[in-house]
Design a protein around this ligand. Structure first.
Ligand code: E4P
Length: 282
């Protein structure tokens, strides 16, 4: 934990997990607090092999990868459900989740922020920890809050910063807006800042006291180059050239189905996860 924020690694390679954990420990920063994975990152790892795996072999490899990560550090590891976004049902996600939760003792199951994804979360949050991924709007975040109201386990939400920045919108506004909105609630959903691309993203997430941030290895190294610099109390985030995402007054008290959970970047992100997976899996 640095500055009240847990530090996770975003990756698909246990060797990076080992190096990141050792690096943070060697600097007196306590090591990694957890790990996130996704189909793109796992596919990248698998693409290093000559053999093109079948879907079953790739899933077995995914299991082995997170088991390796588990040996390196004790924190929660997010494991994603994978499938064709056009056809994947809540039932299929639930079946994958029930299997994957058994891979390691500290698994968190990652579901997409879609109608089918949240239907699965509604049921699964009573069975194990969940992380709702590909979040791009406050309404989605309100729906995640509502759908996990009767959870028995930890709940995380992953707003994607960099993908908003990529299209000229200030992704850190989304993190700030969700934290502000959740401050009215009971704190049961932890904001996990995802898709971080710059050291300034990290510093602003720390300044905002985002409960968790996930950082790719390359960015962690860039932060190390800056001496793991922390934000000063008067830190100001300059989102140069990016347009603001305004705060919306939303109630957290509705049924999750009453929120508009559609976002085009969620659809684009899910398609990319599936395309990246299929590009290496037979
Ligand atoms: C989060 O859990 C995701 O794996 C990740 O942060 C995505 O980041 P990207 O937008 O750089 O792919």
């Amino acid at each position: 934990m640095i500055h009240q924020t847990l530090i996770y690694l975003d990756g698909g390679d246990p060797e990076e997990t080992r190096q990141a954990h050792e690096l943070l420990k060697s600097k007196g920063l306590g090591g990694l607090d957890g790990q996130t994975t996704n189909p793109t990152l796992i596919a990248k790892n698998l693409s290093a092999n000559d053999h093109r795996p079948t879907h079953e072999e790739a899933i077995a490899a995914y299991k082995k990868i997170v088991q390796e990560m588990r040996k390196i550090m004790d924190g929660p590891i997010s494991i994603q459900v994978i499938g064709d976004p056009e056809t994947m049902t809540a039932e299929e996600m639930l079946s994958q989740a029930r299997e994957r939760i058994q891979w390691i003792s500290n698994a968190v199951i990652k579901f997409p922020c879609t109608h089918e994804g949240l239907k699965a979360v509604e049921e699964f949050c009573e069975e194990g920890p969940v992380n709702v991924t590909l979040v791009f709007s406050q309404e989605q975040a309100a729906a995640v809050y509502a759908v996990t109201r009767y959870r028995n386990y930890d709940c995380y939400i992953s707003p994607f910063v960099g993908r908003f920045d990529d299209r000229g919108e200030n992704g850190m506004d989304l993190v700030s807006n969700i934290l502000q909105m959740y401050a009215q609630g009971d704190g049961h959903v932890k904001v996990l800042t995802a898709s971080a691309r710059t050291v300034k993203h990290i510093q602003y997430a720390l300044w905002l006291k985002s409960p968790v941030i996930t950082i790719p290895f390359k960015l962690l190294s860039a932060w190390e180059q800056e001496g793991f610099a922390l934000p000063e109390s008067d830190f100001f985030y300059h989102a140069e050239g990016l347009s603001d995402i305004p705060y919306e007054e939303l109630s957290l008290d509705l049924d999750w189905r009453e929120y508009n959970i559609h976002h085009d970047l969620t659809d684009i992100g899910l398609k990319k996860f599936w395309d990246d997976w299929r590009s290496v899996v037979a």
